[in-house]
Structure formats: structure tokens, C-alpha cells
Design a protein around this ligand. Structure first.
Ligand SMILES: [Zn+2]
Length: 317
């Protein structure tokens, strides 16, 4: 056995798992409430307690761990959390604080970057040298791994894929700018576009699927309706796929990564999303028939933070 711990620090919960590097599996996991915002020292004490509790439940000692990795929200540069608004942190050196509390090597990275690293190391990019992940959730997140390392940019702000502009002067984004990828391709955007089309097409199947209640429309509603031939839903999906293909093609044209993988709630659609998406990407991205970027669904869903953070120590090896 070769154990380390991965901690997925979120705005609501802190999940942690003991990960066995030799069997590539999570041996045991647990979670507690974050109760954010709180100072870094105070949250760090809870993280350490959670790690100790995990170890004693597993019958091992914290000092048996090779290292602890942490996936945190916000902007991270060199192990320092530059800013994380939902935790209330600014320039907090989480790496040093946890290191002093545990005497273990500590590795900290942004959560989307950890998800990218999990996929690049043990997931759909295993054995490849480069990968980009796009998470389609409430927002659009991203992470980039090049030559086996996370690319944070010179200041930690790299891979903010959701805010690349795909339509100059386009619709408003939550970041205050216009025309961002996220404004067209997040699950939130998919839901609001579905609702807009429902208001135009009163006979759309989407009304039936949500039981006449627009509050019950989710990312699955338009996919389900389109699969049954609904015209309004088909239009929603076609538009969604078109914008998604533009964003992904931009990333492919810049990085030519071995893999682009898609995570987050919308990726649960599988081939209903991926088949038309690949077709459009092939049309608008550069590449050669035999050396094209593989576009697929991510492997790790809820465990991406724990696994990706646990693997961070391997970046240094
Ligand atoms: Zn934006």
C-alpha cells in the first residue's frame, strides 16, 4: 500500500479520501460541512481533524501518508490561494498552514485543475501528455494539463475557459462581461434557453416533460424532448452544440491536446451530446485525420476532486 490523502474543499462541504496509489483507488472517504466563509486557519484545523479521523477509522496513522493534496475553489498560484470568494480567503498560504499542522508534504491546486489532473493521470487521458477538461455545470469550468503538469498561468488565472469570448458583444455573463463561453454553454444557459423557447412554443414537448412547471426544467429536459422529435427542443440543442463546438475548437486550435474531456451535469447526456458535438468540432477545428484530439466524457464525476488532489504529489515526482 502507498497511501496519501485527497481533500476536496468546497463552499458547502469538505470531502476527503485516503487514496491508495498502488491500487489506484479510494480506500475510505468522509465529509464534513465547510461553514464558509471562515479564516484559512480555522478551516485548516477541520481539514486536519477530518484527515486524522479518516486515518484512525482505517487503522493507520496520519504520518503514514505520503502527502496531503487539496482541491480548493478560487485562484491558486504555487500553493497559495490568491482569492476564493466563497471561502472568504485572500492570499492565504494553505500549503504552509497545513504543512505546519501535519508535518507532511502538502500540495494545493484549484478544483478544476485537480479534475483535469485526475483525468490526465488516471482517467481518460492516462498515458497521454496533454489534456483539457471542460466542466459544464452551473458555470463552465476548465483545467489544462501540459506535459503532465497543471498549467496555472503566471498568476493562477489560467484555464478560465468559461470566460473566453465566443461572441463579441453577445449575451451577458455572470462575470460582468459579454459573449463568454459560459453564457452559452453552462447548464444554466441551457435551462434559460429552453425556457425561452417554451414561451414561444406552447405545444413543445418540454412543457409535458416538466409537468407544466418551468421551474422543473433542467439540463435533461431539452435533450429528452429533442430525442422524441420536438422541434423547439431540437433548436435549443442544435444551438447549444454549435456554441460548445466553437469553444472546444478554439481550445483544440490553441493547444492541440491529446484529449478534451467534458465533465459536469450536462456530460451525463453521453452520446446524445457527444455525437453531434464531435461532428461539428471536426468541421471547424484544425487537425489531420489520423492525429485528431480525442473528445470524450470525463471518467471521474464526484470523486474528481479527491483523486485529482491526492495525485498532485505525483507532479513533483
Ligand atoms: Zn464571463
Amino acid at each position: 500500500m502507498e497511501y496519501c490523502i485527497g481533500v476536496d474543499l468546497g463552499g458547502t462541504n469538505i470531502a476527503a479520501g485516503i487514496v491508495d496509489l498502488s491500487s489506484k483507488s479510494i480506500v475510505r472517504k468522509a465529509s464534513i460541512k465547510t461553514n464558509a466563509p471562515r479564516p484559512c486557519e480555522s478551516i485548516s484545523r477541520d481539514i486536519v481533524k477530518l484527515c486524522r479521523d479518516l486515518c484512525s477509522a482505517e487503522g493507520v496513522s496520519l504520518s503514514d501518508m505520503k502527502w496531503i493534496g487539496v482541491a480548493t475553489p478560487g485562484i491558486v498560484k504555487g500553493g497559495v490561494v490568491v482569492t476564493a470568494s466563497n471561502l472568504g480567503w485572500n492570499n492565504d498560504d494553505l500549503t504552509s498552514i497545513l504543512g505546519a499542522m501535519t508535518n507532511l508534504p502538502i500540495f494545493v491546486a484549484n478544483d478544476a485543475n485537480c479534475a483535469a489532473f485526475a483525468e490526465a493521470t488516471w482517467g481518460v487521458g492516462e498515458g497521454e501528455n496533454s489534456l483539457v477538461i471542460i466542466t459544464l455545470g452551473t458555470g463552465v469550468g476548465g483545467g489544462i494539463v501540459i506535459d503532465g503538469k497543471i498549467w496555472e498561468g503566471m498568476n493562477g488565472f489560467a484555464a478560465e475557459i468559461g470566460h473566453m469570448v465566443i461572441d463579441a458583444g453577445g449575451i451577458n455573463c455572470s462575470c460582468g462581461k459579454r459573449g463568454c463561453f459560459e453564457a452559452y454553454c453552462s447548464a444554466r444557459a441551457l435551462v434559460s434557453e429552453s425556457r425561452r423557447m417554451m414561451s414561444l412554443y406552447r405545444d413543445s414537448l418540454m412543457w409535458k416533460i416538466c409537468g407544466g412547471n418551468v421551474m422543473r426544467v433542467n439540463g435533461i429536459t431539452p435533450f429528452k424532448s429533442a430525442a422524441e422529435g420536438d422541434i423547439a427542443a431540437r433548436a435549443v440543442i442544435d444551438d447549444y452544440v454549435k456554441y460548445l463546438a466553437v469553444g472546444i475548437s478554439n481550445l483544440i486550435n490553441i493547444f492541440q491536446p491529446a484529449v478534451v474531456c467534458i465533465g459536469g451535469g450536462v456530460s451525463g447526456e453521453g452520446e446524445r451530446l457527444m455525437a453531434p458535438l464531435r461532428e461539428q468540432i471536426e468541421r471547424i477545428s484544425f487537425g489531420m485525420a489520423k492525429s485528431r484530439t480525442r473528445v470524450c466524457v470525463a471518467k471521474f464525476m464526484n470523486d474528481a476532486g479527491i483523486i485529482g488532489s491526492a495525485l498532485l504529489g505525483k507532479q513533483e515526482e
